[in-house]
Design a protein around this ligand. Structure first.
Ligand SMILES: [Zn+2]
Length: 387
């Protein structure tokens, strides 16, 4: 789990023969330059590759480091950093459209679309200020120009659940989300939004629209904290049941949510997905009787994305929480308390990639059920996960 500030960047490596590695999200540009890139270069030096690169959804805290990776890596067939065998990512190009017609726009429409594109990528701070809005700077255009194996093809098809992707050494990625319904809702939300901005023409395949779509999704703010006081760390007597409110972000609901299985472990990787979607995906065909070997908590530990109901069906000895705590007050202590308060026959470990007020709080917290747990802060070393 790389230090990705308020975002995610996770590398999974299965030591089979051959080794199998999956990178999930890339945090920010500095996450890539300072942390991910040296690791990938060392892997490539040993002859390893990325068997899959998963970009869970379009949000700056997940994609900016991946933009940097693709910019530097160059095309699929002659990679400068590391060979990437497969990219899983949903963008405008592979969303279900109503017709195959070519896009057609009036001059005012085109001016408006160019205007939106000119705003470019979200710039969360100075470190990422050089990420540009120039043509070809989107993830979609980099994947297309680099001729990557995108969603097991040329990127014209979306990747959605149900679906199982087989990787080397009997590693599988089972898609738990998004469903095609969520991707269609994302398309409808975006189309309504550009209509409201005044774009009237025919929407169809067009590189300009790919850019506009990506920039608009990326710039979409998450939902505001519904009740800051209620969820604040100071109010430590509240429990998750008191404050849980489902997430309403359509971009979060489009997250690629995965169960990664190796011959000896099962790891739950939900991106920033909605708790209700994860509950329903897990209710069909996934063995919930035994704990997962590791769980990455959805959406940086937000109380909007882990419900009391979800925590009644999933458990694990290892929980990963990725955030520096600078955005939306993530992670919420009510989520963390609910995790460790449940009785279990095993000891739990909470892995934080930063020290935050929430991780500090948990370090001195006692489980209501007496189930032991250990808090690991500023985790920057690989964690061994074995079933
Ligand atoms: Zn996020």
């Amino acid at each position: 789990m790389f230090p990705a500030r308020n975002g995610d960047a996770l590398l999974l490596t299965y030591d089979g023969a051959p080794q199998c590695s999956v990178l999930i999200d890339g945090g920010y540009k500095d996450t890539f330059d300072n942390h991910i890139c040296p690791v990938l270069q060392a892997m490539a030096g040993r002859g390893a590759c990325l068997d899959a690169l998963v970009v869970t959804h379009i949000d700056a805290d997940h994609i900016t480091g991946i933009l940097r990776l693709l910019e530097l890596n160059g095309p699929f067939r002659s990679s400068n950093i590391i060979p990437i065998r497969l990219v899983l990512h949903n963008s405008f190009r592979n969303l279900p459209l109503d017709s195959d017609a070519e896009a057609s726009f009036s001059k005012p429409d085109l001016e408006l679309l160019h205007e939106i594109r000119s705003h470019g990528h979200r710039r969360p701070n100075e470190v990422d200020s050089e990420i540009s809005a120039s043509q070809g700077s989107t993830l979609a255009s980099l994947l297309r120009a680099g001729d990557y194996n995108w969603n097991n093809g040329d990127g014209h098809e979306s990747i959605s659940s149900p679906n199982v992707i087989a990787l080397p050494s009997n590693v599988t990625l089972t898609l738990l989300g998004p469903t095609i319904t969520r991707l269609t809702a994302l398309r409808d939300w975006w189309m309504a939004k550009i209509r409201r901005l005044g774009v009237a023409g025919m929407i169809g395949q067009m590189p300009l629209l790919e850019d506009v779509f990506e920039f608009m999704c990326e710039n979409e703010p998450g939902i505001a904290r519904l009740d800051k006081e209620l969820a604040s760390h100071a109010n430590s007597t509240t429990v998750l049941q008191d404050i849980y409110e489902p997430d309403e972000s359509v971009t979060n609901s489009s997250s690629i949510s995965l169960l990664c299985e190796t011959p000896n472990s099962r790891i739950l990787l939900p991106g920033d997905c909605w708790a209700e979607d994860l509950e329903s995906a897990l209710s069909s065909g996934i063995d919930l009787a035994k704990p997962f070997d590791a769980i990455k908590i959805s959406h940086h530990g937000s109380f909007h994305n882990t419900s009391p109901r979800l925590l009644r069906i999933i458990d694990s000895p290892r929980f990963f929480i990725s955030t520096d705590g600078r955005k939306h007050g993530h992670p919420d202590i009510q989520v963390l308390k609910e995790i460790v308060d449940r009785p279990a026959e095993f000891e739990r470990h909470l892995y934080f990639n930063y020290r935050t007020s929430a991780s500090r709080f948990m370090a001195s917290y006692s489980s209501k059920s007496g189930t032991p747990f250990i808090v690991h802060e500023e985790v920057d070393m690989p964690v061994l996960i074995s079933g």
